[in-house]
Design a protein around this ligand. Structure first.
Ligand SMILES: [Zn+2]
Length: 287
């Protein structure tokens, strides 16, 4: 079973990507949450251009990806779940939840560490928020994520199936919770006890510092609630909140592919959230 799934890993993931993309794209047209500020053609052309570039790069650098590492680890008996011979039906959910926690931690880290924030701000500099924002990451951040994922799989030893399931869920949820879509508020509240909803994650894309440094989760909403980074709604409301980063609003820099690739290397090294020093009485730099 695992070998069969592994052999068709790329096709399975691409199939789910296309299906969920189509559903979200139609939903965004039928029930949009906000009016876009940049033309959809420009955004999709460039955001999806970056996705194609990243996909090719990943396949060239890591042809077997995290799934290959899971297969190798199980042959060698590496990782906690292999070492303790945890039954498949416990190992799959345990691995998916553990990998979600690691990705949450990674997300907090890329906000906290200045050099990593430079990479991650390519994702945040998007002036609008729609399903293509969810896949827009700098290639260096994508490579780093893959290395972290491979290391996690080595330590954890999850079944191959769990890794594929996690990749499909993460990819699908990223498109869902970055969706420019409306959900009935009761449904949003109910879903939030388990998973991250579009309204919950949109808060994280606010230009306001305190809002951007909250709601780091991609799949389960538990981590933010548990570790004190949960924020219910944006102060200005979902329609009026400003999306993006204060200092980076020039479309050439934040909407077009060459600008996106160059963005981590722009600007002075100052004003990161982690080195705010308000106790001296200085006003915090505006970023
Ligand atoms: Zn972020």
């Amino acid at each position: 079973m695992d070998t069969l799934v592994q052999a068709h890993e790329a096709a399975i993931r691409f199939g789910f990507f296309l299906g969920i993309f189509a559903v979200m794209a139609v939903w965004e047209v039928l029930a949009p949450r906000r009016v876009l500020t940049v033309s959809k053609t420009v955004r999709w052309l460039n955001n999806l251009g970056l996705v194609v570039l990243n996909t090719v790069l990943l396949r060239l650098l890591f042809p077997a990806a995290a799934v290959g590492m899971a297969a190798f680890a199980s042959e060698q008996g590496w990782g906690l779940l292999n070492h303790f011979l945890v039954p498949f039906w416990i190992a799959v959910p345990a691995a998916v939840i553990a990998m979600d926690f690691v990705i949450w931690l990674q997300h907090v880290m890329v906000h906290a560490v200045p050099a990593l924030w430079r990479l991650h701000r390519v994702h945040h500099a998007d002036l609008d928020y729609d399903l293509t924002t969810g896949a827009r990451f700098h290639p260096i951040e994508i490579i780093l994520s893959m290395l972290i994922k491979i290391a996690t799989v080595m330590v954890l030893g999850p079944p191959v199936m769990a890794v594929i399931l996690f990749e499909v869920i993460l990819n699908g949820m990223a498109m869902f919770n970055h969706g420019n879509v409306r959900l009935p508020s009761g449904l949003d509240r109910a879903l939030r006890w388990l998973v991250v909803t579009p309204d919950m994650h949109r808060v994280h894309h606010s230009v306001e510092d305190d809002e951007a440094n909250s709601n780091f989760g991609f799949n389960l909403s538990w981590w933010d609630r548990l570790f004190g980074t949960y924020r219910d709604q944006p102060r200005s409301g979902h329609k009026d909140m400003i999306i993006g980063i204060h200092k980076y609003r020039e479309p050439r820099e934040v909407s077009w592919l060459p600008g996106l690739l160059a963005l981590p290397f722009r600007g002075r090294i100052t004003g990161y959230a982690i080195n705010r020093r308000n106790w001296s009485g200085d006003k915090a730099p505006d970023e």
